[in-house]
Design a binder for this molecule. Structure first.
Ligand code: 5GP
Length: 135
């Protein structure tokens, strides 16, 4: 059975994408830790990063660096990149993905609390992040 994120990638569940490339996509997290929280998600479906195809893993660094730069620029903040690799590590959606989270404050607690987007705010973040991604 396809994961929630496979359904989002297939367009069966709506999401606000920052980019959609051949091996990786990124879309807005609907329950962000902080505004501008993005999920970097491989099209290949595996619960654990170790199960992803070599080609997908080889492309990861460039996408992660470019996405972090876009989030840093738009959010004017530092950034945590977090992988919850398995349920005991906090993973809820069993499709490997990285959280890219704007941060301020300096504490080691990237998932402390949730931010509630106001109407249209998530979409406005996505527009700005797409522009920063496109450079
Ligand atoms: P995990 O705990 O698996 O590392 O993270 C899953 C993330 O997916 C959570 O931060 C959660 O807010 C996000 N999420 C859950 N359901 C949806 C959804 O339907 N759409 C989007 N865009 N994000 C979701």
């Amino acid at each position: 059975m396809p994961s929630l994120f496979a359904k989002i990638i297939a367009g069966e569940v709506p999401a606000q994408f920052v980019f959609q490339e051949r091996l990786w996509v990124a879309f807005m997290d609907i329950k962000p830790t902080n505004p501008g929280h993005v999920l970097l998600v491989p099209r290949a479906e595996s619960p654990f990063i170790s199960g992803l195809p070599e080609e997908t893993l080889a492309a990861l660094g460039a996408y992660a660096a470019r996405l972090v730069a876009a989030v840093r620029q738009v959010a004017a903040a530092d950034v945590n990149v977090v992988l919850n690799d398995g349920p005991a590590a906090g993973q809820v959606v069993p499709h490997a993905h990285f959280h890219v989270i704007p941060r301020s404050g300096g504490a080691h607690a990237p998932f402390a609390g949730h931010y509630a987007y106001r109407d249209g705010e998530l979409e406005r973040w996505a527009v700005r992040l797409r522009a920063a991604w496109d450079g």
